[in-house]
Design a protein around this ligand. Structure first.
Ligand SMILES: [Fe+2]
Length: 465
């Protein structure tokens, strides 16, 4: 029982560790997936193709309405050193990033190269990391253009202030990176529902001024951009996660059921052991009455029961069947309780009539045990243990395998104990004589196969003289 429990514990611990390992591997895969930086190259000329079948789609378009365009005149220094007032038109550019997956898009930024000399003026919902090249030097600063003037931020980039507006000149070859505002969670685009085609997106804007000679200028196009982003997968989006959770649930249920079954089994085993003790002690007490009555055969029933149990084990009975053989054998002579003491304890040779009375102990045993149904075969053991294999026994004169096996087993064990015991009317026989008697009665009094097994046990001292 303890070995079985240890084996079950080992199995459960192993299963638990396998499940934990699988869960760890799954977590690591998800973390690795989420940490991978991904890139989308946007080209205005090829936008449709670039955006197709990708995780995201990017568009950068000038808004172009008259209310979204402003004119500014800014003084510029010409190459010959003279100043010139140049007219610039400011245009709002809308950036749209569309999530085309069922996963969240996080940590995204958009790198936008400047196509022609311009001024950056403003940007919403984020900051601009501006890379400005000045005679082989690269100036870099990240600014929230909405707050620079108001908060008097120190600006290291080349810049100009036109009224209340900050104007940062950027030339062809410069670039800026749009960083969505993390505080406002603009760097997260929620998962889209592909089935219903409800795509989640983020729209952000910036204002750039371009040189113009009239107010109806054609907007400058920002033809290229590079979107960097991460896909975020929740572990709960993976079917394997639910498989593992289900297996863990089954594991928990199995542990609980096994514990309950083990506790109940243990109680049943203890109860069965107690019941077996009660049966054995009751039978021993009853055999004590018989032994007290038949003083010539003291301890006979107990010894016969032990020999019979060993013989049953020898011929392949299970432990449970051997115990049954033991109890049946213990009661085989219980009918002697009904034999008069004068006959049972007579020191002299019995008369034919007295022997007939003795023979009735088998029938009386059968009657006593008539209602003893909890041990199968107990009545047959008492009734037939004096039958002989050749059919010359009593009370029925059964022959060969007509005699129940339990009775044939008791017959040998009973006879061996009689020959091997000192009695008032008979001396204990020598080992050689006992073996000779068993051999010569094979097929006569005893079942020949059982005799062979019994002799083997005498030879290997399983049963001792
Ligand atoms: Fe007997």
């Amino acid at each position: 029982m303890r070995g079985e429990i240890r084996k079950q514990i080992r199995i459960f611990v192993t299963l638990f560790m396998v499940l934990v390992l699988c869960m760890l591997v799954l977590c690591m895969c998800v973390v690795s997936f989420n940490h991978k930086e991904r890139t989308l190259y946007y080209s205005a000329a090829n936008a449709e193709e670039d955006n197709a079948n990708k995780h995201c789609a990017v568009t950068i378009k000038p808004r172009g309405g008259s209310t979204d365009t402003w004119i500014k005149r800014i003084a510029r220094v010409k190459e010959d050193g003279t100043q010139l007032e140049v007219q610039y038109a400011g245009i709002i550019y809308d950036i749209m990033v569309v999530n085309q997956t069922e996963l969240r898009i996080t940590d995204w930024t958009l790198k936008i190269p400047v196509p022609q000399d311009s001024f950056l003026n403003n940007a919403w919902c984020g900051t601009l990391e501006i890379h400005q090249y000045q005679q082989h030097d690269e100036l870099v600063q990240t600014l929230d253009l909405r707050k620079c003037i108001e908060e008097e931020v120190e600006i290291i980039l080349e810049h100009e202030v036109a009224g209340t507006d900050l104007m940062i000149p950027v030339n062809q070859g410069d670039y800026f990176i749009y960083h969505p505002s993390i505080r406002d969670k603009e760097d997260v685009i929620e998962a889209s529902d592909l089935e219903s085609e409800e795509y989640q997106n983020k729209r952000v804007d910036f204002i750039a001024y371009h040189e113009t000679v009239n107010e109806d200028m054609t907007p400058v196009e920002f033809p290229n951009a590079v979107l960097s982003y991460h896909l975020h997968k929740d572990i709960t989006q993976l079917p394997i996660f639910y498989v593992l959770i289900s297996l863990f649930g089954w594991w928990c249920i199995s542990v609980v059921v096994t514990v309950i079954v083990n506790v109940k089994t243990r109680r049943l085993i203890e109860r069965a052991r107690r019941d077996a003790d009660i049966i054995e002690q009751s039978m021993s007490a009853f055999m004590g009455f018989i032994d007290a009555k038949d003083t010539t055969t003291n301890g006979h029933s107990m010894r016969v029961a032990q020999y019979a149990r060993k013989l049953a084990w020898k011929i392949g009975f299970s432990q449970e069947e051997c115990d049954r053989v033991y109890y049946i054998s213990l009661m085989h002579d219980c009918g002697k309780i009904g034999i008069p003491d004068a006959i049972l304890n007579k020191p002299d040779k019995l008369t034919a009539e007295e022997f007939e009375v003795i023979k009735t102990h088998t029938l009386q045993g059968n009657r006593i045990l008539e209602n003893f149904t909890s041990i199968e075969g107990i009545r047959e053991g008492a009734l037939y243990h004096h039958e002989r294999y050749d059919g010359q026994g009593y009370p029925k004169g059964l022959k060969g395998e007509e005699i129940p096996l339990i009775a044939r087993i008791i017959c040998i064990a009973d006879s061996f104990d009689v020959m091997n015991s000192e009695r008032c009317y008979q001396h204990k026989m020598t080992k050689e004589d006992i073996i000779d008697q068993l051999q010569s009665n094979k097929g006569k009094q005893f079942d020949p196969k059982l005799v062979d097994s019994f002799l083997e046990m005498l030879a290997d001292k399983t049963i001792e003289f």
